[in-house]
Write a protein that binds this ligand. Structure first.
Ligand code: APR
Ligand code: PHB
Length: 390
């Protein structure tokens, strides 16, 4: 088998890359370790920057997103029992974010790929990358008891944090990492969102909380929890009581509760691997970087990597220019580090740190007070929230 771009991983990065390349007439095959159903069962954040919405449109897969995405003009911060709106739209000269679940975005991309008749090999085992330092890379994998080899011009490593692509170059990458001393307990429930027009971020003495949504009838809520907590010790009742206790009285009163349809605990991590190119192998998305979920930058960063990488491949095949592939890593990392900084900053601002002394706590309170009363700092928050310019 032969293709122009072998894509490892059918998460949002791999699927979006495949679709953009296909639109430009570049053939590609995706190798995915899991089944399609498994990929669709993963629940992740769901706030899209304009750049991500635009890319979905460019890929021709935004019909449902345009219909069902919920446009947000503002966010709200809750602390010391009070709610403070941040007018993201006004502070950024008219920019917005759109609430649309990553699962739905992945489903739209999968459907479009199937409709275009493009090859995705699910349940591909033992995916192994070969010869990407030379001009004729290949990828081998096991499927149905047989070993197959895929020859290609380029390999796109879109296989997430635990994938084989970064592992294939582990002695050539520099890794930067920060692990946070708490997790997020997330609940999905078929109840109307408490705040349909603004995502709410709360900092209370009991810890962080977040009110988000997937639609006007499906809500996504989170509370900060200790890393060693077990989901089983969180009944629905305990979760709703805890969430209410972290919000201001008016929101707490208004919240509609119901049975959870998903409940999980996730750790928080900041991580960057540099560089993102090794000969004819390119890393994109979670394969190269992780952000803590505060601010929902993970999917948006993956989308920007894919924008740069698809552009670079198109330049290479259409214009015979290597300029894009030569600058891919440097260009992506510039944007990635800014999103890393923002996600770290918002996480630090909004969570209670178990090891924080009195001084750290007081500085955090002062910063929150400064933020909601300073147009300069609110603008900084807003422009990062909607996504910095490309
Ligand atoms: N071989 C083939 N596929 C693999 C391998 C492997 N060895 N290892 C992992 N994969 C697959 C995973 O099963 C997964 O479907 O690669 C895919 C990677 O998808 P994601 O983890 O969703 O990563 P990415 O597409 O970069 O999406 C980034 O996901 O975690 C969120 O916050 C993040 O929203 C962001 C988005
Ligand atoms: C989510 O909807 O899951 C979400 C929203 C905003 C965030 C993080 C996660 O900052």
């Amino acid at each position: 088998m032969r293709t122009q771009v072998a894509i490892i991983g059918a998460g949002p990065s791999g699927l979006l890359l495949g679709q953009l390349l296909h639109k430009a007439g570049i053939d590609n095959i995706i190798l995915e370790r899991q089944s399609g159903d498994y990929v669709l069962s993963r629940i992740r954040a769901g706030i899209l920057e304009q750049v991500t919405v635009d890319l979905m449109r460019e890929a021709g897969v935004a019909q449902r997103l345009d219909r069902e995405g919920i446009v947000h003009h503002s966010i709200e911060l809750v602390f010391a029992g009070q709610r403070h709106p941040i007018d993201v739209h006004g502070l950024t000269g008219g920019k917005v974010v759109t609430a649309y679940g990553q699962t739905e975005l992945t489903r739209d991309l999968m459907d479009a790929r199937a409709a275009a008749g493009l090859t995705t090999v699910y349940d591909a085992g033992e995916v192994t990358l070969h010869d990407f330092d030379g001009s004729t890379p290949t990828v081998s994998y096991r499927k149905d008891g047989q070993t197959h080899t895929l020859a290609c011009d380029f390999i796109a490593g879109c296989d997430g944090f635990h994938g084989v692509s970064r592992a294939s170059v582990k002695d050539r990458v520099t890794e930067y990492e920060k692990v946070y001393p708490f997790g997020w307990l997330g609940v999905l429930a078929d109840v109307p969102p408490v705040s349909p027009h603004a995502i709410v971020y709360g900092n209370s003495e009991r810890g962080f909380s977040l009110c988000s949504m997937r639609s006007m009838t499906r809500s996504r809520y989170y509370v900060q929890c200790p890393l060693d907590d077990k989901v089983e010790s969180w009944s629905d009742t305990r979760f709703w009581d805890e969430l209410r206790s972290r919000l201001d009285p008016e929101l707490a009163e208004r919240i509609v509760t119901g049975p959870s349809i998903e409940k999980s605990i996730a750790p928080l991590r900041s991580f960057v691997a540099e560089p993102m190119r090794f000969g004819r192998l390119f890393l994109a998305g979670d394969a190269a970087h992780i952000v803590p979920p505060t601010g929902a930058k993970g999917l948006n960063l993956a989308a920007t990597d894919v924008k740069y990488l698809s552009g670079a491949f198109i330049e290479y095949f259409r214009d015979r220019s290597a300029a894009g592939i030569d600058t891919y890593s440097q260009r992506s990392l510039r944007r990635i580090w800014k999103a890393e900084r923002f996600s770290w900053w918002l996480t630090t601002l909004m969570h209670r740190f178990p090891d924080s002394e009195g001084f750290g706590q007081k500085v955090q309170e002062a910063e929150l007070d400064y933020l909601v009363n300073s147009r300069a700092l609110s603008t900084s928050l807003a422009e990062n929230y909607v996504g910095l310019p490309l």
